[in-house]
Write a protein that binds this ligand. Structure first.
Ligand code: GCU
Length: 753
């Protein structure tokens, strides 16, 4: 209609109608072209305007490389790139620097064989780069993965040098340099030396072969097993880039509740295809192994670790895997835990099982990571004590290529737990930390809970086993027990991944921070979670302080808020049965007492809390004497662990002066208030964060507020039946009666095991 109208309006005398129509059509096309050009120009201007918020979907994680406000300050330091490209890792390094710097600076870097002008970035190892060899830098003690970043002069030109002993160190250094640029740090007079404090920095995927992710809230598994090995999703490379950028160097592809199928030739081939993609980024593949695999896929009569046929089966299996994956990392094993098979099925110990598998991978340089997450409802003792009881007697009995992987707390990734008493208690065994990045117990993907402070709190906890300062971090990095660990003992950390097939990887934009923080702390367990949050927020949202500071503020208190509205004052394990979604303090009965809530909170008319003192279960005695003495004394126990260790009367006076009941209600409300505060802060950032991400976060925060209120109300309604006291003045009563909360069911909540 519009074109026809224009034809009529612009027809000059003497033209045929057809000519006029054609001319008008051309004019129309020209105008359209001009309009498109104008729009494109406009878009370009908008895109290159630093700080402008434009739609983003989160796929790029913290590697967004958007135009930098401070680009002018960086450009003189990045005029050309001198980086070899003869190995896959070198190619990845060069590609990342080009991609990153051209995105951040808006200019293309010239790639040169040598530095020919000021501002060269020179990357490599003494073997790969003559310029770096000529500098004769002290790289010896950097190991394979460490690196130096230095301002230097090369052939009279100012240069920034990234030097390492090995390609992978250079890749890590390249990511570090990019981080400096992304976070607007000065590139003058650089003198950085980085060596990872732990050797194995690993993700544990709880991914099943049917792509269901146990406790996953970010869609299906990232691994498309069905299409492997032929189709290699580009996502695998981006996964590798993201991990390498924070130093993660190992990944367990499949769930600890493992399928034996994973070890069949078909799936080994698929895992090998993934290993090929990840290798250039320094990431080694591990597999969770089902202990009964010799029976299930090997046709053996049993899986007894002392049976020669079983030993041989695992040796053969290891040989087969190493043929397909020469740098295969080894096996992760969950045995005799929550119904999984294990050596105890044959009257053998965890050490018997672990050592048998360790012998199978040893000739190939492989490791066995044996989980200490064991407990049984048939054992009458406090669940919190069982791992210690089983493993401490085995200290020193494991092969030197076995590591024992211990969850941060003795129950199960609760919003807050005291550090696991096994840390410090096995001086002859390398212990790996296991953190949970996915938020099984902290509100799934919709609750904003930055886990940096949780990780940091555990790592900084003082076991006191060798006097004050014997922190968990020192257990993990091997320094506390350097004299007693086996020679060449490996150190490491594992994080249960929150990664899935969702476009934004983690199910929510803020959950990316938990992946990031985990990686950074695995590299260096002594970093501060606040500094990490700053870094992450700058890279992920904006380099503008007016955006970064409010975001960091929200993040830093967010985990504590979850503790408050779910499990304040040391309460734990109060969530809905099986799926773990929402409050369920009333959960009781069923197959196992240790899977109920009443087992943990022990509320009665006289009080609430689990007495783990020397008068109760005695769990406190598993800690070193000074720590045990502190936790044994109700007055000395930090209030955040009060009800973890003590059964306390409802009118016990807490540190605030409020009676316990009042304090409990206060904490619940405080948690909800914090979420309201986060919503206000986030609303204030509208227009400063791109609309797409802003809107999703805003919606998730609204969900979080609703669910925080639900947790508060349901918990108060339930505990009030024991406390039998009115709500403190000013506290709103629960929106519903208790039976309403108890009636809610969620048969399709995600991530269920
Ligand atoms: C938790 C979780 C399970 C998981 C287990 C483990 O209990 O709910 O899904 O299998 O931890 O760590 O093995």
């Amino acid at each position: 209609m519009r074109a026809l109208h224009m034809v009529r309006a612009s027809r000059p005398y003497g033209d045929s109608v057809r000519q006029a129509a054609q001319r008008a059509q051309h004019a129309c096309i020209d105008r359209a072209r001009a309009l498109i050009a104008l729009l494109a120009l406009g878009l370009l201007v908008v895109l290159s305007m630093p700080g402008t918020a434009r739609a983003e979907d989160g796929y790029d994680l913290w590697l967004r490389y958007r135009p930098l406000a401070q680009a002018d300050a960086v450009r003189p330091h990045a005029t050309q790139l001198v980086a070899p490209e003869t190995t896959p890792t070198q190619s990845a390094t060069r590609a990342e620097l080009l991609r990153g710097l051209s995105g951040l600076l808006g200019t293309d870097l010239a790639v040169q064989p040598t530095a020919t002008a000021d501002g060269a970035i020179v990357v490599g190892t003494p073997a790969s780069s003559p310029a770096i060899a000529a500098l004769r830098l002290k790289t010896k003690d950097l190991g394979r993965e460490g690196y130096l970043i230095r301002s230097a002069r090369i052939d009279g030109h100012r240069a920034t040098v990234i030097a390492a002993n090995d390609d992978i160190g250079a890749l890590y250094g390249a990511f570090h340099l990019l981080r400096l640029v992304q976070t607007a740090q000065s590139l003058d007079a650089l003198d950085i030396r980085e060596v990872p404090r732990t050797q194995l920095r690993m993700l544990n995927h709880w991914d099943n072969l049917n792509r269901h992710v146990e406790r996953g809230y970010a869609g299906e598994s990232i691994w498309d097993w069905h299409k492997l090995p032929d189709y290699l999703s580009p996502r695998y490379t981006d996964y590798a880039r993201a991990n390498a950028s924070i130093g993660i160097n190992a990944t367990v592809l499949n769930n600890v509740n493992a399928s034996a199928q994973q070890l069949t030739p078909m799936y080994i081939e698929k895992a090998a295809a993934l290993a090929n993609v990840l290798r250039p980024y320094g990431i080694r593949v591990f597999l969770s192994a089902r202990f009964s695999a010799p029976v299930e896929i090997g046709g053996l009569k049993n899986a007894d670790p002392l049976d020669p046929a079983v030993k041989q089966w695992w040796k053969d299996k290891a040989d087969e895997i190493y043929k397909a994956i020469p740098d295969f990392g080894g096996f992760l094993v969950k045995a005799n835990s929550e119904g999984q098979p294990g050596p105890q099925d044959y009257g053998r110990t965890h050490a018997d099982g672990a050592n048998m598998m360790a012998d199978a991978v040893k000739p190939h340089g492989g490791k066995v990571i044996w989980r200490a997450f064991v407990y049984s409802h048939e054992t009458p003792d406090d669940r919190a004590k069982q791992a210690w009881n089983e493993f401490v007697p085995l200290d020193g009995k494991f092969r030197d290529n076995v590591m024992v992987q211990v969850k941060n707390g003795a129950i199960d990734f609760q919003p807050r737990e005291p550090f696991h008493p096994l840390f410090g208690a096995m001086p002859k065994t390398p212990l790996m930390m296991e953190f949970q990045i996915t938020k099984e117990y902290l509100g799934f993907a919709t609750h904003l809970a930055y886990l940096g402070p949780l990780f940091e709190e555990t790592l900084r906890a003082d076991t006191q086993v060798r006097g004050p300062g014997s922190t968990v971090a020192k257990v993990i990095d091997g320094s506390l027990h350097a004299g007693t660990l086996p020679k060449g003992a490996i150190t490491g950390m594992a994080g249960v991944a929150n990664i899935g097939s969702d476009r934004n990887w983690s199910g929510s934009h803020f959950d990316q921070a938990n992946w990031y923080a985990y990686g950074r702390l695995a590299w260096n367990p002594y970093l501060s979670s606040r500094d990490i949050a700053q870094e992450w927020a700058r890279m992920t949202f904006s380099s503008d302080d007016a955006v970064v500071q409010p975001i960091v503020g929200m993040m830093m208190g967010s985990r504590e808020a979850v503790v408050d509205y779910m499990t304040p004052l040391g309460l734990h394990h109060l969530m809905g049965r099986s799926h773990h979604y929402g409050p369920g303090p009333w959960v009781e009965g069923g197959p196992r007492a240790d899977w109920t809530s009443v087992y943990y909170h022990r509320a009665s008319k006289d009080g609430i809390g689990f007495d783990r003192t020397t008068h109760g279960s005695g769990a406190v005695s598993q800690y070193a004497p000074p720590v045990a003495a502190q936790f044994d004394d109700v007055k000395k126990t930090p209030e955040e662990f009060l009800l973890w260790f003590h059964h306390v009367p409802w009118d016990y006076t807490t540190k605030s002066g409020r009676p316990l009941w009042g304090e409990l209600v206060h904490r619940y409300s405080q948690g909800v208030d914090y979420v309201r505060g986060m919503r206000r802060t986030w609303d204030g950032l509208k227009g400063r964060v791109d609309d797409e991400r802003h809107a999703q976060v805003a919606t998730f925060l609204a969900i979080q507020e609703k669910e925080a209120q639900w947790w508060r109300d349901a918990s108060i309604a339930y505990f009030q039946t024991f406390a039998q006291r009115p709500l403190p003045e000013g506290e709103a009563p629960p929106a519903h009666a208790l039976d309403y909360y108890e009636s809610l069911e969620f048969p399709f909540a995600p991530g269920n095991g």
